[in-house]
Design a protein. Sequence first.
Length: 254
Amino acid sequence: MNLTSTYSDRRCELGIFQAALLLQDAMTELFYQYRCDAIRLSRTHQVVWAVARTKICYDKEMLWMDHIRLKVFPVKVSPISIHLNVLLETLDGEPLLRARQEMCAIDVRDHSLRRVDSTPFPMDMDLLRPVVTAPCRRMKLKLGEECLVYSYQVRTMDTDLNHHMNNTNYIRLILDAQPSSFWDRYRVQEFDVHYVNEAVEGEEIQVYCQTEAQEMAVQIKRGETTLVKAFLQLAQRENQNETLYCPAWPAGVL
């Protein structure tokens, strides 16, 4: 596939938010192939899939219109969760991005946790070797009012099939905790996010951020209730004054 504009940020790179969109596409496609996607299961088994935790590791930057290969596969199936790995690589097999996602089955009637074996997902499948061996980072964030960056009201277009805020939109809020000038100086090397509680349309939520050295911690709350915790390991860009990526136009193209 090519990295189209849908998966490109303001620097024409595959940023964290765009990578999360790509992971979501890969995850939903995998469940569809096993005939247990959320749309189907919500009608037949009263259950949907929810992302509990995500870890993304960049091996190399990816730019608009780069040719990449995407692979998604289960690496662990437990009674209450499915662990997926996602690999983005060049057509020659060079790793570009590695990710892991932990999925849980949630009952659509009362939002309680359901066992994976209550769904049609195959429990006895052959599992592939993981490309992300590091565990998701444990986070005990308690950011105070001095770290409050902004408040946000959940809108219609933030929500998804589950009628709560889609996990990718939390990542957009996390990145908006810093201005564009910050992201012109730093790029994300590793990203961990834990989805603790859900937000629904109309709710007012708060985004807290703390940055130290090349580390950034973000906590999204609704009052005193934690919704999302995230940790970003950053790397300083080699040339902070570099212009945004722009491919050379073919000869004869205006």
